[in-house]
Design a protein around this ligand. Structure first.
Ligand code: ADP
Length: 379
């Protein structure tokens, strides 16, 4: 090869390099984020306009100075060792994983930021490209959200405390009323006329209903406060327990309950039992007259957890009512038709949501109902 060819080759290689560098500068310049490039020793070699605007320094004031000038005083001491760590094992990553990062501006104020680091090989050595994003707005929104969540939790707590205290304190006098009424009724039954006896029966019935209501409100307010915490829960065993608790009503109406293989999930096992007792209890109760309840319980693995269902061949539900039955005291039938307080499904909803899942029903009047709920995997 002749020496002139050598020179031409070298010049075109230099030309390509120069062009590459030029393109890189244009790219950095057009980035919507602030970008600062620093050499291995921490001296700033390139900044874009966004960085100038963010930090309040001109390009001339930044070039050649150490990046530490953009780091608040209290973090400055450790910065060179972090920088050295990055140069020793250069790979693209977010800076300060888990730490709150702040940028120091020329006027002395600070900005919460997120910083991405990218190593860039240049002929003059390894450069670190830092992309800096101002996250003041996000931080403010996060703080706002945390405050609202805390307020909500507090007012929920107050409400639950109120429900718990009231229902607990009401239980006692009601028990007294109920038992003494029964006593009086037994003693006076002979001497009472039909109308008066009917009145006494109404009062006894009302007191029993009120007891059931208070018991259910108490159960509702207790969801998530009294359990054993999240443990490995064998859902097949839970279903078996629920069935044995419901043995009397199952026998009375000749219900059949089938279940396939059910998984073990991380859940509060007491609450899972309560959930299945409620759903199976309803599946047995809301059966068309003269029919035998046929119920199946199943589960399927889904992305991020498990989907369970309880399917019955009962009276069904108008899709229009499918949402409201999960609200407290919402019932679709008169008490005389089917007994109940209208709290069972709101307890189910609270239990499922406590586990981070969802509950819903798919049904049509006269075609049975399928209640679905999800239990997400816990990390
Ligand atoms: P309760 O059974 O005490 O009335 P729930 O909250 O458990 O209260 O249920 C609310 C309403 O949803 C019930 O009154 C009933 O109308 C309807 N429902 C619940 N489960 C079923 C079901 N398996 N089949 C048909 N209707 C149901």
């Amino acid at each position: 090869m002749r020496s002139s060819e050598h020179i031409t080759e070298r010049t075109s290689a230099q030309e390509a390099l120069r062009k590459g560098e030029e393109r890189f500068r244009v790219l950095v310049g057009s980035s919507p984020n602030a970008v600062v490039l620093a050499a291995a020793d921490g001296s700033i070699t390139l900044v874009n306009r966004q960085a100038e605007a963010m930090f309040g320094y001109s390009r001339e004031e930044l070039l050649g100075r150490k990046v530490e000038m953009l780091v608040p005083e209290r973090f400055r001491e450790h910065h060179p060792s972090y920088r050295a760590g990055f140069v020793a094992a250069p790979q693209q990553r977010a800076m300060g994983a888990g730490r709150d990062l702040f940028a120091l501006l020329k006027d002395g104020s600070e900005l919460p930021v997120e910083i991405g680091l990218t190593p860039i090989e240049m002929p003059e050595g390894l450069l670190t490209m830092a992309t800096i994003i101002d996250i003041t707005k996000r931080k403010r929104q996060e703080a706002e959200l945390a405050r609202t969540a805390a307020e909500l939790a507090r007012s929920n707590e107050d409400l639950e405390q109120f429900a718990r205290v009231v229902s607990h304190d009401l239980q006692e006098p009601l028990r007294v009323i109920n038992s003494h009424l029964r006593l009086v009724n037994r003693r006076l039954a002979e001497g009472l006329d039909v109308e008066t006896r009917q009145s006494v029966d109404f009062v006894i019935d009302a007191a029993a209903r009120m007891q059931a209501l208070i018991r259910d409100i108490l159960a509702y307010s207790r969801v998530g406060r009294q359990g054993r915490g999240f443990v490995q829960t064998d859902m097949e065993a839970v279903v078996r327990f629920a069935i044995s608790d419901l043995a009397v009503s199952i026998e009375k109406c000749g219900a059949s309950i089938q279940y396939g293989r059910l998984p073990t999930v991380t859940a509060d096992s007491t609450l899972m039992l309560q959930l299945l007792q409620n759903l199976l209890g309803n599946a047995i109760k809301y059966c068309a007259e003269g029919n035998r309840p046929e119920i199946t319980v199943g589960a399927r693995e889904e992305r991020g957890g498990w989907l369970f269902w309880v399917k019955d061949n009962g009276i069904g539900i108008d899709p229009e009512d499918a949402q409201r039955i999960f609200q407290m005291f919402q019932r679709l039938h008169a008490r005389g038709e089917y007994p109940g307080t209208g709290i069972g499904l709101s307890i189910c909803k609270k239990i499922v949501e406590y586990h981070g899942g969802r509950i819903w029903v798919e049904s049509r009047v006269g075609e049975g109902s399928t209640f679905f709920f999800t239990i997400p995997e816990r990390p």
